[in-house]
Design a binder for this molecule. Structure first.
Ligand code: GTP
Ligand code: MG
Length: 508
């Protein structure tokens, strides 16, 4: 994957941060983004005037939110917008703002989409106050492990920029968020439409001395902080090169946390296979010595091992991810049909998938008023639940907020993402001890406590007459396809071993 010199110039070493903007319908999310783009001069030349003129011609009042629609085909101009993502820059760093139109889209973006949020802006309308979705979205932040949150109290013009009104709302919403474990760094009074406290301070809100929205974005601690966590990269794909003399296999994915260098020992979970990073390669970058959180990359391995999509790569001497088929989780359910115990679902975590059942529903919580119920046998739409999930095989994951991206999961019901949440705990399963031994065996020989002579004597089917035939331990190395041919070879090997006249017992 050689990179043309022209492309290398684009590989700037700038910080990039994904921010999700959430809130109740019509509370002003799109307006705030539109205003942020306009006030930071991120719009293409003449765009604002063009949209304003179009509104005037069609006798439609101008909305900053229209800018987002108008920008959808502006990729060539250096600003790109797709269904839910807006790209913009400040001198400090690059941002992707995810404006999710609904819960499901929000959830999909957070867990399976290319964009994952490291921080969130929660918008509430000062006039309407804290609504159901303000609470639900707050709860989702907590369940998705998004610790960095700022609250924008929008439409302050509708409440006469009142400090007392703002203080009441702040106290009410802070109280709710606190109960679900979300602690916003700041509450900002804003007016998206008027641009108050968006990219610059507002004289109408002179009583407020805190940061603007723009200051707040730049003040969120860098996602690079995640580089200090253990290395995690869910394997997206393995590319095999077949060109002349090029037999590289590149293991690719997005680094969710930590860093890894050429020469580092990597272990893939749940298989436990190990190798060493040979080289780091990428489509849009020069070969590098190191990869870190947020980068979509690939690496080659020094010793070839068979790994495939769904494994989770970690660095050998760092904290291991958990492995289990039983997971204690907090999840929110958005499916049209309730989550029930008897039905198989698909669990997606990282790039892995497994069939999953709900083993137990411990508690069901109403996400908007936090009332809880025990002893329920189903989870209805919009409810949050603490459950135990049982998968048909072990999966690799982290727990709680340790590495948020690899502890988040979604549940698919009949091809539709219907719920998601965060793993709180890895529960023991029946394979626990066996798995541990298998993982060790992958890289360490374990001596047996039984001497070869004793084993031979014990397993001998009859008194040994000829010293040429004894049940000594041996390894029969069988290669080829895992089909009937291999089974035939095994039988041949056994037959040869039983016969004292066999010249060779090894399979070819
Ligand atoms: P959805 O995407 O539909 O959930 O809405 P949204 O949250 O993106 O809200 P949007 O930005 O579309 O704004 C909804 C309405 O609120 C629009 O008519 C805006 O003009 C209006 N609005 C947004 N900000 C302000 C503000 O600061 N003051 C006033 N008075 N109205 C505002
Ligand atoms: Mg909108």
């Amino acid at each position: 994957m050689a990179i043309p010199a022209t492309q290398r110039e684009h590989v700037a070493d700038r910080d990039r941060m994904n921010i999700v903007i959430a809130g109740h319908v019509d509370h002003g999310k799109s307006t705030i983004i539109g205003r942020l783009l306009a006030d930071t001069h991120s719009l293409p030349e003449g765009k604002l005037e063009q949209v304003k003129a179009l509104c005037a011609r069609t006798a439609k009042p101008f909305e900053y939110a229209f800018l987002l629609d108008a920008l959808k085909d502006e990729q060539a101009q250096g600003i790109t917008i797709d269904a839910a993502r807006v790209f913009f820059k400040t001198p400090a760093r690059d941002y992707i703002i995810i404006d999710a139109p609904g819960h499901i889209e929000f959830l999909k973006n957070m867990i399976t989409g290319a964009a994952r949020a490291e921080a969130a802006l929660l918008v509430i309308d000062a006039n309407e106050g804290v609504m159901e979705n303000s609470r639900r979205h707050g709860y989702m932040m907590s369940m998705l492990g998004i610790a960095q949150v700022a609250v924008l109290v929008n439409k302050m013009d509708l409440v006469d920029y009142s400090q007392a009104h703002f203080a009441r709302l702040e106290s009410e919403y802070r109280g709710f968020l606190d109960r679900v474990g979300v602690r916003p760094s700041v509450f900002i009074p804003v007016a998206g439409r008027g641009g108050d406290n968006i990219a610059g301070p507002s004289t109408r809100l002179a009583w407020y001395r805190g940061p603007t929205v723009l200051d707040t974005l730049d003040a969120f601690p860098s996602p690079r902080a995640q580089e200090n966590q253990p290395f995690r990269m869910p394997v997206q794909d393995v590319y095999k090169f077949t060109g002349r003399g090029d037999d590289r296999r590149i293991v690719s994915g997005t680094v969710e946390s930590g860093r890894a260098r050429v020469g580092d020992d990597v272990v893939f979970y749940p298989s436990g296979k190990r190798s060493t990073i040979g080289s780091i390669e990428g489509f849009n970058r020069a070969p590098a010595a190191e990869i870190s959180a947020g980068e979509a990359v690939g690496f080659t391995l020094r010793e070839q091992i068979y790994v495939s999509r769904g494994e989770l790569a970690a660095v050998g001497d760092e904290k291991r991810p958990h492995l289990s088929s039983r997971l204690k989780v907090s999840l929110f359910w958005l499916g049209r049909r309730p989550l029930v115990r008897s039905k198989p679902y698909v669990l997606k975590i990282g790039t892995a998938r497994a069939t999953v059942h709900v083993e137990a529903i411990h508690r069901v919580i109403d996400a908007s008023d936090l009332s809880a119920a025990d002893g329920r046998d189903r989870v209805e739409r919009h409810e949050v639940a603490e459950c135990t999930l049982a998968c048909n095989r072990a999966v690799a994951f982290d727990v709680g907020d340790a590495v948020a991206a690899t502890s988040r999961f979604v549940i698919v019901d009949d091809y539709e993402i219907s719920g998601g949440g965060i793993v709180r705990e890895a529960l023991p399963d029946r394979q626990d001890s066996a798995r541990e031994r298998v993982l060790l065996r992958e890289y360490k020989w374990e001596p047996s406590f039984i001497a070869p002579e004793r084993r031979a004597a014990r397993t001998a089917p009859r008194p040994i007459r000829s010293s040429a035939v004894s049940r000594r331990g041996r390894t029969n190395w069988l290669t080829g396809s895992s089909s009937a041919t291999s089974r035939a070879r095994v039988r041949a090997a056994w037959a040869a071993e039983r016969s004292p006249h066999a010249s060779s017992a090894s399979a070819r």
